[in-house]
Every structure is written in structure tokens, then in C-alpha cells.
Write a new protein. Structure first.
Length: 94
């Protein structure tokens, strides 16, 4: 599972701008909000390429950062954020 920066910020109970500010301060993101070291951090972050057709401007392209599942605890450690508590497993309740 991959999360956008918005969903990752929601997971940590902070805002997206706050998450981006923290990630930039630690050198995880560059000024375009893309991974500063995509090869080094490839196990935790990835760049999502998107494109769409605009009827007047032609093909439009964008890139965004996605946080991989393994990137959640890694990011928490990098940014000194607390991981949310894991809910109790109630499947074994008799």
C-alpha cells in the first residue's frame, strides 16, 4: 500500500504542509516535494508519474511523492514523530 503525502500526514495526525516542512528540514524532500535521494530512499518513497490530456494545452505531466508501507515507521524515525497506537486484535475474543 502506498500513501500520498496528505494521507501520510493524516496518519500522523498533522497537516500536509507541516509534514512537507518537516521532510524538507530533514532533507528527505527537495523543493519540488519529490524525494531528495530517490535511489537511497527507494524502499520507503517513490515518485508517481501522472499525465492527462488538456483540450487546449495538450498533454500535461506531473509528479508526486508516495510513501510506501515500509516508509511509515522509517519516516516516523526520521522526523521524530509518534506512530499511532495499533488497535487491539479482537478476533480471538471468546
Amino acid at each position: 500500500m502506498e500513501r500520498s503525502l496528505k494521507l501520510t500526514a493524516d496518519y500522523f495526525s498533522i497537516t500536509r504542509p507541516k509534514l512537507i516542512k518537516l521532510m524538507r528540514a530533514k532533507g528527505v524532500l527537495n523543493e519540488l516535494n519529490l524525494p531528495a535521494y530517490p535511489h537511497r530512499d527507494r524502499d520507503y518513497l517513490r515518485v508517481k508519474d501522472s499525465s492527462w490530456y488538456h483540450h487546449e494545452l495538450g498533454m500535461q505531466y506531473s509528479q508526486s511523492t508516495r510513501v510506501k508501507q515500509a516508509g511509515i515507521p522509517w519516516l516516523a524515525e526520521q522526523l521524530d514523530l509518534a506512530l499511532p497506537a495499533t488497535p487491539a486484535d479482537r478476533r480471538d475474543v471468546a
